[in-house]
Design a protein around this ligand. Structure first.
Ligand SMILES: [Zn+2]
Length: 342
């Protein structure tokens, strides 16, 4: 009979891995928060390697300008405007049918983060902003779930594994959350695909040590790499003397922040996201029919898109909308209220 693990033979002969390690991986769950450039590479590694259950969460849809870095997507995904989580899951299932892949088209926020991370043995950072990272940090510290931080900007990137109770948390490492607009973003500074691939590889390697119960091999370091200058640096991390509000005092400010409908300017995209809370269940077909009287509406199983008053509006099934071209959040909300309902 065919051995289902035979496909993993080249990794099972690695030191300390073996069939036992492979079988252990098959029983483990990993969540990838954000499935853009970093998340694509991370999820592909996890699924190829045979982690039993991989959850990919992302709020966005595929666009042509994603393709230079976001390894799981195709021109067809962009043309159809498929949500990234859906397109990713579709591709990941083709890569390894032994893995249970679960897609979540969701905005990771204070309302959704705890449920999303709660079932996982390790969380991987594929986010593109600090709000989500600091939120994931709080949730992981609260529930004592290990996670691996990673970030890329330009040709430079960095990564560190965070094990609550054992290592410093993100707040310990980076201090208070940078205020929006105070740090450059990929939209303003650009991003080099191979730098993303490198940081994703660093994240996955640390995460695998956790999944394989080889925590003694964790680097306990912040690893920094610049692929263009060729600088590689590793700085040992340790808890400082000063008490951390998150992992020492267990103040979870972001987790307990006011829940409810909110708007967020999507950095560098000229777009505003509107997230009604509690998340309503939206009848996309009925709304599409209604809007079609006004002008062209495109839709697929997960979203619909229409233009109104010079803006492009993308509405997801969870009631969330991304409004492109609105001058501000107030205008975007007004547009939402007018065309979709408040
Ligand atoms: Zn801390």
């Amino acid at each position: 009979m065919n051995d289902p693990l035979a496909r993993y033979s080249r990794q099972m002969i690695l030191p300390g891995w073996g069939r036992e390690g492979q079988e252990r991986l098959a029983c483990r769950t990993a969540t990838v928060v954000g499935c853009g450039a970093l998340g694509s590479h991370i999820a592909a590694h996890l699924v190829r390697i045979g982690v039993g259950h991989v959850i990919v969460a992302d709020r966005d849809f595929v666009e042509m300008h994603n393709l230079p870095r976001q390894a799981l997507y195709t021109e067809q995904d962009a043309a159809e405007g498929v949500p990234k989580a859906v397109a990713a899951a579709r591709r990941l299932r083709q890569i390894n049918s032994l893995v249970k892949v679960e897609e979540r088209v969701v905005d990771v926020d204070a309302d959704t983060v705890e449920e999303l991370i709660g079932r996982a043995d390790v969380i991987f950072d594929g986010a593109d902003n600090f709000e989500v990272r600091y939120l994931v940090n709080e949730a992981c510290v609260k529930h004592r779930i290990p996670w691996v931080y990673g970030g890329v900007l330009g040709t430079y990137g960095l990564s560190a594994a965070i094990v609550p109770g054992e290592t410093p948390c993100l707040r310990c490492l980076l201090g208070p959350m940078p205020t929006p607009g105070s740090v450059p973003t990929c939209e303003t500074a650009g991003v080099l695909g191979p730098a993303v691939a490198t940081v994703a590889a660093l994240e996955v390697a640390e995460g695998l040590k956790i999944l394989l119960d080889q925590r003694q091999a964790l680097l306990h370091s912040l690893v920094m790499v610049d692929l263009w200058s060729g600088d590689f640096e590793r700085v040992q991390t340790a808890k400082g003397a000063e008490a951390c509000p998150v992992c020492d005092e267990r103040q979870f400010e972001m987790l307990t922040a006011q829940h409810g409908c909110w708007t967020e300017v999507l950095c560098g995209r000229g777009a505003v996201q509107i997230t009604p809370r509690p998340a309503p269940s939206v009848d996309l077909e009925a709304i599409a029919q209604r809007l079609a009287e006004m002008g062209p509406v495109t839709s697929n199983d997960y979203l619909l898109r229409f233009s109104a008053e010079g803006c492009e509006v993308t509405l997801f099934r969870d009631g969330r909308a991304i409004v492109k071209g609105a001058p501000g959040t107030a205008e975007a909300r007004a547009l939402y209220a007018r065309y979709i309902g408040s």
